[in-house]
Design a protein. Structure first.
Length: 202
């Protein structure tokens, strides 16, 4: 039986925190009690920061990364190599690769990988917009940097079939990243080496 707290407000707060990934009720209670001990204005600002996520954050119309404007800081940066596109599954992967400081091109965030079991098909991902970017010209290489899982490999294969008629160079990150692992959990050294040691996709 789930533990009952002496306050309905406390119970609601704990329940909401425990819906977050990796947060159980014990951790949720500790976080809620910490917030309860802070000044009211500080807690108000904390809550407003999350409310603003839905109302203020946009998605880049070019690469689909999160942004404060129509075009993200990476796509708008004139120092980036616009001839290279690194295809990733999600926004966390962009952050992970950026932390390696080994890639200076642009990104394309798919928003997931093909997974029929989860009801995710090619039409649910940003694959067509990737094809349109490459077809527009100026792209010399597309790096497939999806997690080395069955779903990631399936998505790599599908994208390669879509892009092959366009004659662009396709490469895949080296398997210094352990097979079966998500990209966001790879250490920066291994991930950086995987970008540098990428191989042609065949």
């Amino acid at each position: 039986m789930e533990r009952q707290y002496p306050s309905a407000a406390l119970e609601r707060a704990v329940r909401e925190f425990s819906t977050l990934p990796g947060i159980g009720r014990k951790t949720a209670l500790r976080l809620v009690l910490h917030l309860l001990s802070r000044p009211e204005e500080e807690v108000r600002q904390f809550g407003q920061a999350f409310v603003s996520l839905k109302s203020e954050i946009r998605y880049c119309k070019v690469c689909h990364n999160i942004s404060d404007s129509d075009v993200c800081m990476i796509c708008a940066n004139p120092k980036r190599d616009v001839s290279m596109i690194c295809v990733v599954e999600n926004i966390q992967d962009v952050l992970a690769i950026e932390n390696t400081m080994q890639f200076n091109g642009l990104y394309h965030v798919l928003g997931g990988v093909i997974s029929p079991v989860d009801g995710v098909g090619p039409m649910n991902l940003q694959i067509e917009s990737l094809v349109e970017r490459v077809a527009a010209g100026g792209i010399s290489e597309v790096i497939l940097a999806l997690s080395p899982t069955m779903e990631g490999d399936t998505t790599n294969f599908f994208i390669s079939r879509k892009l092959s008629p366009l004659g662009v160079k396709l490469s895949v990150i080296a398997r210094g990243v352990t097979i079966g692992n998500n990209l966001e959990y790879a250490d920066e050294v291994s991930l950086g080496r995987s970008i540098l040691d990428r191989t042609p996709f065949v």
